[in-house]
Write a protein that binds this ligand. Sequence first.
Ligand SMILES: CC(C)(COP(=O)(O)OP(=O)(O)OC[C@H]1O[C@@H](n2cnc3c(N)ncnc32)[C@H](O)[C@@H]1OP(=O)(O)O)[C@@H](O)C(=O)NCCC(=O)NCCS
Length: 150
Amino acid sequence: MTVTIENVSMRHLARLCEIELECFKTEAFTKQQIAYLLTDYNSIGLIAKENDKIVGFVIGKAHIERRSMMGHISTIDVLPAYRRKGTAQMLLQEIEKIFREKSVEACRLEVREDNIPALRLYQKSGYKKIGKLRNYYGNAHGLYLEKALI
Ligand SMILES: CC(C)(COP(=O)(O)OP(=O)(O)OC[C@H]1O[C@@H](n2cnc3c(N)ncnc32)[C@H](O)[C@@H]1OP(=O)(O)O)[C@@H](O)C(=O)NCCC(=O)NCCS
């Protein structure tokens, strides 16, 4: 199967919500939150398609922080049946490419410290821990990760 990466649009919103719910259950972003992330002026959203079906997506944004361009990834999801085929890695590589084109110096994200699949993905992709986020997910702690892009 060939996975293709395309830009997201608001017409994908309902599908993204279904995927987000399947991936995160009770901690999923709501439809309003996903719509908010997608409509942010600096938002970058990408979908992964397999046989014309959206099977995953990533939403991030580029912003100025202390005179430097920084990237942030808000969410990355791949449907359970389509995992371990490199789709999340492709989505990450593509959004990092767009960040570099915008002169983004580093990309940051938060992850639950017990989310082993996501932690492995980020480790493999070159992200390093820069902080611990106490009770960031209610009772669960988060980790703050960063990858230099220049
Ligand atoms: C995390 C997630 C996006 C990974 O998607 P994926 O398409 O399966 O990831 P990839 O196939 O690109 O995996 C790349 C690497 O990540 C690591 N990895 C991914 N899933 C893993 C798992 N379940 N266990 C261990 N390592 C894993 C592996 O090193 C893998 O490389 P390999 O398959 O060659 O060993 C997916 O599991 C998911 O959607 N989870 C729920 C949502 C979520 O937690 N998102 C991240 C929030 S911060």
